[in-house]
Write a protein that binds this ligand. Structure first.
Ligand code: WQD
Length: 327
């Protein structure tokens, strides 16, 4: 089967492209390269362009004969989306709509969509299951919910089958350090801890030490990027095999605190990473972690990596690629 991967030169996209090819899929990547990197996808065919470009998409479907889409292309910084909501709705929602319309016109019926735990907002109960009410707290999270709703109606009206994958906190790198996250554009905890360990920034700030958690710092569910990639391939196979749409939470189900992340990074790197304890960050929930039973049951998915491997692989990547892909 030939698969179009939008945003395939980005962080999770590029890991998924590699795994798809290892598992025998033919892949073509569509990426604007605004944030993605050519070097992240090796010799995989790349079309440089935008998912909002309907004419380009129609041409790709006609010429490439792709039968399914994995759709990563989107902006992903929740904080930034509070300052630039229009930019997020335009890229994430309008881009996805153009893609869905082109798929429908070309009769491409299967799509795996990058959603996010950001659709839940602050959870009312833990762990968070897929049926937890959706209360996004940023335009970013809202844009993911809006696309999920479009997918729902394209399923009902046009027979489109989708898997919407709600990631928790993606982290880590390919285990042999041959690919990873380009940290120049990330504000997430683990890459920032790596930067502090390498002395690229003077210290990592801990946002909040007075949360009602065992060590006072906030709790998240960190999931290895390769486990996410594996879930994409399994989700694609599921919707094709079952001819049915589904939504899945992708997390380990295990929460880790900010302090635990820093302690693990100190152990793994051997560096006494400098830390500054500061006030809570606005809008941060105290704790969120996944109920991942649905993905385990229906996809046969089982996260292979825990916090230690996530941090070890991130450290191996960042310490050997201090300038990312440098392209
Ligand atoms: C993790 C924890 C911070 C930076 C984001 C998106 C969300 C989803 C997952 C994609 C929090 C703390 C962080 C720092 C810190 N993304 N922290 N110092 O906020 O859980 O979620 O990624 O779909 O939509 O918002 O991720 O990595 O920013 O923070 O103490 O310098 O680390 O307060 O508790 P977050 P994060």
């Amino acid at each position: 089967m030939k698969v179009l991967v939008t945003g395939g030169a980005g962080y999770i996209g590029s890991h998924t492209v590699r795994l798809l090819r290892e598992r025998g899929y033919e892949v073509v990547v569509l990426d604007s390269l605004e944030y993605g990197h050519r070097a992240a996808i090796g010799d995989t065919p790349l079309i440089q362009g935008d998912t909002a470009d309907g004419a380009l998409l129609r041409r790709i479907f006609q010429e490439q004969g792709t039968q399914a889409v994995i759709h990563f292309a989107a902006y992903k910084a929740a904080g930034e989306s509070m300052e630039q909501p229009g930019r997020y709705f335009e890229n994430n929602v309008c881009g996805s709509l153009a893609l869905l319309r082109a798929m429908q016109a070309a009769n491409v019926r299967f799509i795996v969509f990058s959603s996010s735990c950001a659709v839940y907002g602050t959870p009312a109960q833990l762990p968070v299951g897929e049926d937890h009410p959706l209360h996004p707290e940023s335009p970013y999270g809202e844009s993911k919910r809006m696309v999920e709703q479009m997918l729902h109606w394209f399923d009902i009206c046009h027979g489109l089958r989708y898997a919407s994958l709600r990631y928790f906190n993606a982290a880590g790198a390919w285990p042999d350090a041959s690919m990873g996250e380009d940290w120049r554009i990330t504000l997430n905890l683990i890459p920032l801890v790596m930067k502090a360990a390498l002395g690229v920034i003077p210290r990592v700030q801990v946002f909040g030490t007075d949360y009602p958690t065992p060590d006072g710092t906030a709790i998240r569910d960190y999931i290895h990027v390769l486990d996410l990639a594996d879930a994409h391939v399994r989700a694609l196979e599921y919707i094709v095999r079952e001819d049915r749409s589904a939504i899945f939470n992708l997390g380990t189900g295990q929460g880790s605190s900010v302090q635990e992340v820093i302690d693990m990074a100190r152990r793994v790197s051997g560096v006494d990473i400098p830390v500054e304890y500061t006030a809570r960050r606005k809008g941060d929930p105290v704790a969120i972690y996944a109920d991942n039973r649905k993905a385990r049951q229906l996809l046969g998915w089982q996260p292979q990596y825990g916090l230690e491997e996530i941090i070890r692989h991130a450290w191996q990547w960042h310490s050997t690629h201090p300038h990312g892909y440098a392209d």
